[in-house]
Design a protein. Sequence first.
Length: 372
Amino acid sequence: MAILLAPNPNKAAAADIEAARVLDALPHPVLTARFDGSIADANLAAETFFAMSRELLRQHRLNQLVLPGSPLLAFVEQVADSGTAMKGYRLDLALARGGSDVLVDIFVSPLPDAPDGVAIMLHERSMTDKLERQLTHRGGARSVAAMASMLAHEIKNPLSGIRGAAQLLETDASDSDRALTRLICEETDRIVKLVDRMGAFSDGRPIERESVNIHAILDHVKKVAQAGFARRIRFHEHYDPSLPPVFGDRDQLVQMFLNLVKNAAEAIGEDEGDIELSTAFRPGVRMQVPGSNAPVSLPLECCVRDNGSGVPAEVMPYLFDPFITTKASGSGLGLALVAKIIGDHGGVIECESAPRRTTFRVLMPMSPRREG
């Protein structure tokens, strides 16, 4: 007599629970939907992405989550017609709630056990692009480092000879000729200063890191700025008092934030303006820090905001590249040096600019805990 074994409902329920746990563990939004656009299920990342709970998502259709003409709706229609998976990269997804545009990769695939269902996964590109830009910025800084070493050797020595010859000629020169010899000396000094500034990129020594109070650094930078180039500017501080120490080099961090504040002051110009310094604890991305075998998180956020004219859109993709500047007398090395210092610390820097509101956001690693 044959015995038919019925499916174990307990095992099926356990498998469903385990599958739900796996989906919730994914960092990317995942939805299951029907061809008519009704939503069957969603994971935790989808709740965060669309800013509504799973139960509320199930009460919506796809065309209520995104604006008409969205590539997501077109992909679902194509999968319904062809029965094959569709992929799209770097697409603008206009969300209905808030009206914001998000750059995403879209993956839509038919569900094997549901003839009228699809699985949708969205991969937000913002953090990926941030990491790619950081690698570009560091590559540019390394190029300047090689060029700085060459310039220091090949240019500074002949410049010192030119300046010395001009000084000798000045002793026997007439008043009109003496003005020309002084011009030669001033121009050679200016070139030497530029080469010295580029020399900062060629310093390949390891950073001597220690636990640093970032608020003490920002207060020091503010005092230096108020005593000099930012006398007319109002400063506002919004600090998280519970922020743990930063793991970095104090002098380099002072130089980096001083460059950012100086850049903000120059963006404000001659008018009175405001600069805001803020800190916060964020669940940062993970990146590989020089000198460490394991990736570290970057939860410490420091922002420098100003209400200046902003960064032109055509300059934004190249903002941290060497010799890129919008200033008539700028050398284009200040923000490139900032990118190098942040890169050496294993951090990330990003700029968001709009008229009257420009933000430079720095994400840094915190100091490692000591045993005991």
